[in-house]
Design a protein around this ligand. Structure first.
Ligand code: EPU
Length: 341
C-alpha cells in the first residue's frame, strides 16, 4: 500500500476539476483498505470511485481512498439465475459487457454508464427503464467508524430514484468493497424507452440491447474523455398531481411520468431546454447542446464557477416553472455549507 501526499486528482474526476488531495491511496482488498483507514487515523476520509458523479473542491483535506478491488465471480444458480459478485473497482460498463456477452440479462440497459461498480448503489444508477435496485442482492462494505466488514442486503439499502441509504444515514461512514447482483439466463428485454425496439428488432440478445443503449447514449451524451461532464447534473424533479396539472395547462406537451405514489416525475432536461438554455455557455461551463440536463466543462474552470453556473440554470427553471431542481453529483469533502466558499 502506497500513500501519496499532495496528490493531483484532476485526471480522476470526469468533470476535470482541479483538485489536490492531502493524502491519496488505492486499496485493492479489504485488508489494504483497513490499512489505509488506520493510516488516516481521525482525519477525514473521502472515497473516490470512477469520479463520474462527484464535484471536487480545489483541496481535499485528509485521506482520499480509491477502492480498486477487481474480482469478478459468476456463480450459476439452480433456477437459471446467476449470482455475480464484483469488486468495487471494476468498471461498470465492463461488467455490463462481460455479463451480456455471457447471455446474462438484467443490466444491459445500464450500458455505458460511467464509473466503478462500488459507486453504483450510492445513487442507484438507472437508465432506460432499469435501476440497479432491480438486480442488486447485497453490498459488502467496511464501516469507517468501527473498522468492521459488513454485508447489507438490498432491502436495507433504502433505494429510491437516484437515492439510497449511502447518500443519507451512511453518508461518509462506509466504503463499499463489492456488490452482488442476481442476473438471469432467461431473455427479458426491456425496450420501452424511445426507439430501442426499432433499434434491436425481434429476439435481441442481451449484448444487442447493451449495444443499442450504447448507441443512444453516444448520440445524446458527451463522452467525458472528449468533453468533461458528470452526466445528468440535476435529478428529474418529483411533483404533486396538483402541480403537474397546473403546469400541463400552460405546457400541454410537457413530458411527465406518473409514479406509483401519485406524484409525477418531470424532465429537468426538457425544462432547461424550454428556458432556451440548451447550448448556452458562460465562462468555462456550458449546457450540453444535445442534452440540456448535462452541464459540460470546457476546461480551465473551478468547482465554485460550476456551482454558480448551475445555480443560474436552476434559478431560471424555478422562475419559469416554479420547480426546484436538485443537483445530482455529490460534493466531496465535508458538508455543503462548509464546502461552498
Ligand atoms: N428533453 C428535451 N431536451 C433536452 C433533454 C431532454 O426536450 O435537452 C426531453 C426529451 O425529449 C424527453 C425528456 O426530456 O422527452 C427526457 O429526456 P431523456 O429521455 O433524454 O432522459 P432524462 O430524463 O433527461 C434520465 C436520466 C439519464 C438516463 C435517461 C434515460 C436522470 C437525472 N437522468 O435523463 O441518466 O440516461 O433518463 O433513461 O434521471 C445520468 O444519470 O447521468 C443519466 C444520463
Amino acid at each position: 500500500m502506497r500513500i501519496f501526499s499532495e496528490h493531483d486528482l484532476s485526471q480522476l474526476n470526469t468533470l476535470g476539476l482541479p483538485c489536490v488531495a492531502e493524502q491519496f491511496a488505492e486499496a485493492d482488498s479489504s485488508d489494504s483498505l483497513l490499512a489505509v483507514l488506520s493510516e488516516a487515523r481521525n482525519n477525514a476520509v473521502t472515497v473516490l470511485g470512477g469520479g463520474s458523479n462527484l464535484i471536487l473542491p480545489p483541496y481535499l483535506h485528509g485521506m482520499v481512498v480509491q477502492p480498486t478491488m477487481a474480482e469478478r465471480h459468476f456463480e450459476p444458480l439452480a433456477n437459471g439465475g446467476v449470482r455475480v459478485r464484483v469488486g468495487a473497482g471494476v468498471n461498470w460498463h465492463e461488467l455490463v459487457i462481460a455479463a451480456a456477452s455471457r447471455g446474462l440479462w438484467g443490466i444491459e440497459n445500464l450500458a455505458l454508464i460511467p464509473g466503478h461498480c462500488g459507486a453504483a448503489p450510492i445513487q442507484n444508477i438507472g437508465a432506460y427503464g432499469v435501476e440497479l435496485s432491480d438486480v442488486l442482492e447485497c453490498v459488502e462494505l467496511v464501516d469507517i467508524r468501527t473498522g468492521k466488514r459488513v454485508s447489507i442486503d438490498a432491502d436495507e439499502c433504502e433505494f429510491g430514484y437516484r437515492d439510497s441509504v449511502f447518500k443519507r444515514r451512511l453518508d461518509s461512514c462506509v466504503v463499499i468493497t463489492s456488490i452482488t447482483l442476481r442476473l438471469s439466463r432467461r431473455p427479458q428485454p426491456r425496450l420501452g424507452y424511445g426507439d430501442l425496439v426499432e433499434r434491436v428488432g425481434g429476439s435481441p440478445s442481451a449484448l444487442d440491447v447493451a449495444e443499442a443503449v450504447g448507441a443512444v447514449r453516444r448520440e445524446k451524451l458527451p463522452d467525458p474523455r472528449q468533453l468533461a461532464n458528470a452526466g445528468s447534473f440535476f435529478k428529474n424533479p418529483l411533483v404533486s398531481a396538483r402541480q403537474v396539472q397546473m403546469l400541463l395547462s400552460s405546457y400541454p406537451d410537457m413530458p411527465h411520468y406518473l409514479q406509483s405514489d401519485g406524484r409525477s416525475k418531470l424532465a429537468a432536461g426538457w425544462m432547461i431546454d424550454q428556458c432556451g438554455l440548451k447550448g448556452w455557455r458562460e465562462g468555462h461551463f456550458g449546457v450540453h447542446d444535445r442534452q440540456a440536463l448535462v452541464l459540460v466543462h470546457h476546461g480551465g474552470g473551478s468547482a465554485q464557477e460550476l456551482l454558480d453556473f448551475s445555480a443560474t440554470v436552476a434559478n431560471e427553471v424555478n422562475r419559469r416553472f416554479g420547480v426546484t431542481l436538485e443537483r445530482e453529483p455529490r460534493l466531496a469533502g465535508g458538508g455543503e455549507a462548509e464546502w461552498v466558499n
